[in-house]
Design a protein. Structure first.
Length: 291
């Protein structure tokens, strides 16, 4: 899906150039859209189709998509610095900032570092610190929660059709496959001598994951802007248990008066942004944030 005046470009950052996708008019209100831990800017296609008058600026984060060759270190502070460099290069001083999954952690880090540049913060199933289950270390929790994604990053596929088949069988997408998801999947490949593979280095995912857990992820919450919205999915990465339990959300809601939490019905961690119903809910909140 490349509607809504879609274009791509690269802008300079530490160590090279970061790839970005843009949708919408160059003079429209700006939304900075930050994707998840192994995703790319094309995760925002459905949202862009619903907000054709909004200039959506979506980087491929360092170590992902066409920014995969950018060097480490990674981490939320570095991603936030890259996002600031993107806005600087485009001449954007202030934007609504939306982040999905790990992108929501990047968004809170960006808001903490650059509060004057955030018109409003929209977090999508992410941004609240994760906690390792009792009896499990943080590293063990990361391996359990991201095991399937980490395994995928080490796989080689003979052709694009094989990678599409892999994703079609994923529990999160079995009932939601679409041309937009197919384009997202096709983009997530680089050619290698024996076929194709995802471009994201496993080391990038490992380094970034540390910043998603307590206590590392708690700092930016002290700077959460008033009116921040968190949209949550009732089902998680494997279309089963949610990323945040109801008890955890209740506790965070009580602890963070700046945060308004709202569940989007009948979506999972992926389809809350990558399928029409989820994207429509996100779009409604972005519209309110733009007022």
């Amino acid at each position: 899906m490349t509607s809504a005046q879609y274009r791509t470009r690269q802008v300079p950052v530490r160590g090279g150039a970061i790839a970005i996708g843009e949708w919408g008019p160059a003079d429209g209100p700006v939304m900075l859209a930050v994707h998840g831990i192994t995703a790319s800017h094309l995760a925002w296609q459905e949202l862009a189709a619903l907000l054709p008058d909004v200039r959506i600026v979506a980087p491929d984060l360092r170590g992902r998509g066409r920014s995969a060759e950018l060097p480490p270190p990674y981490g939320m502070a570095q991603h936030a610095a890259d996002c600031a460099a993107v806005l600087d290069a485009l001449g954007v001083t202030r934007a609504v900032v939306a982040g999905h999954s790990m992108g929501a952690f990047v968004a809170t880090a960006f808001a903490a570092a650059h509060p004057e540049r955030v018109a409003r913060l929209v977090l999508v199933d992410g941004g609240l610190p994760l906690r390792a289950p009792e009896g499990m270390t943080r590293d063990e929790a990361i391996r359990v929660s991201l095991g399937a994604a980490l395994a995928r990053l080490t796989m080689t596929f003979p052709d694009r059709a094989a990678y599409q088949a892999f994703w079609r069988a994923h529990p999160a997408f079995q009932a939601s496959w679409s041309p937009a998801i197919e384009a997202y999947v096709d983009y997530d490949l680089v050619a290698v001598p024996d076929g194709f593979r995802p471009p994201t280095p496993v080391a990038a995912v490992g380094e970034d994951s540390v910043d998603l857990y307590e206590p590392n992820a708690n700092g930016p919450l002290a700077h959460l802007p008033a009116g921040t919205v968190l949209l949550t999915a009732p089902r998680g990465l494997q279309n089963a248990a949610p990323l945040y339990s109801p008890a955890a959300l209740a506790a965070w809601g009580a602890a963070l008066p700046a945060l308004a939490i709202s569940e989007v019905s009948d979506v999972n961690h992926y389809t809350i942004v990558m399928a029409p119903a989820g994207a429509a809910a996100v779009a409604r909140h972005v519209r309110r944030a733009l007022v």
